[in-house]
Design a protein around this ligand. Structure first.
Ligand code: ZN
Length: 288
């Protein structure tokens, strides 16, 4: 199976009242774990790549080569999209050229007029290449922004303005946050989500910061039009915990325990478990 745009995948999800998981990748083990789990669960999947992760792996061409190679050699038959996560204007063009099947342009920090102008241009480019595009309205909070407690809530009128430009799916801040949720987090704003849903109509919505949102809130968000849920932090945490355990149990001191393939195996298994759990929660199992 070749990489596919996320457009039809998410329209189908919206109509079927489930969501497709977007899982960020960091290396080969991560990517293989997610693709194998998607195949086992017969679930569509979106592989997310931030610009930082792309740079870490050597560049976007490396990422495209690795993912396409895995699709072929692992005989993956479920729909898979390779998506740029929180792309800059330049990053979007780089991914278009490298062969990504989906991009996100994050113009949320720009004044709305500039966000509109750049989003309009990139929609045209993305669609000319036959790939999907996500846009963002209302910055999504995170530790790096010094946000504590509540994430930002998007203005439904601005959401409509961006949705009407022709993006394929839209990320709207509804109190969600990137990274680990603080103790005093207020929860998702379903009031905002309902208003955004009314404003944008059939447009599939994206929930960023999907790690650590209680399951009942995620399920409710899906019933209110969320069709893509981004998961990153939780996979990182379980990977690191499993790897730490390997060393704490002195498994690296066992014969050949220093073999990197052995060292990384528990983390790989932990990601598989997490991805499976999320696919079950999002309702995407068997929807490939
Ligand atoms: Zn995000």
């Amino acid at each position: 199976m070749y990489l596919v745009s996320a457009r039809d995948m998410l329209r189908k999800a919206k109509a079927g009242h489930y969501a497709v998981g977007h899982f960020n990748i960091n290396n080969l083990e991560w990517t293989k774990a997610i693709l194998e789990t998607a195949e086992e669960q017969q679930s569509p999947v979106i592989l997310g790549v931030s610009e930082g992760a792309g740079k870490y792996m050597g560049g976007f061409d490396v990422v495209v080569g690795m993912v396409n190679g895995l699709l072929k050699d692992l005989d993956i038959s479920v729909p898979v999209a390779l998506h740029l996560d929180h792309g800059t204007y330049d990053g979007c063009y780089k991914c278009l050229r490298a062969g990504f099947s989906s991009i996100m342009f994050d113009g949320s920090s720009l004044p709305i007029d500039e966000n509109v102008a750049k989003t309009t241009e990139l929609i045209k480019e993305a669609h000319r290449h036959g790939i999907s595009i996500e846009a963002e309205v209302g910055a999504i909070g995170g530790e790096e922004d010094g946000v504590i407690g509540a994430g930002e809530c998007a203005d439904p009128a601005e959401c409509k303005k961006i949705a009407d430009l022709g993006v394929d799916f839209l990320a709207a801040g509804i109190g969600n946050i990137h990274g680990v949720y603080p103790e005093n987090w207020q929860g998702l704003s379903f009031e905002t989500l309902e208003k955004v849903k009314v404003a944008v109509g059939e447009m599939p919505l994206v929930l960023h910061g999907g790690s650590g949102i209680p399951a009942d809130q995620v399920k409710k968000a899906i019933t209110l039009g969320v069709s893509k849920v981004n998961v990153n932090t939780e996979c990182q945490i379980v990977f690191t915990e499993a790897t730490r355990k390997y060393f704490e149990e002195n498994k690296d001191k066992a014969p050949k325990g220093f073999d990197p393939r052995k060292v990384l195996k528990p983390g790989y298994g932990a990601i598989k478990e997490m991805v499976k759990e999320k696919m079950e929660l999002f309702g995407s199992v068997g929807k490939a």
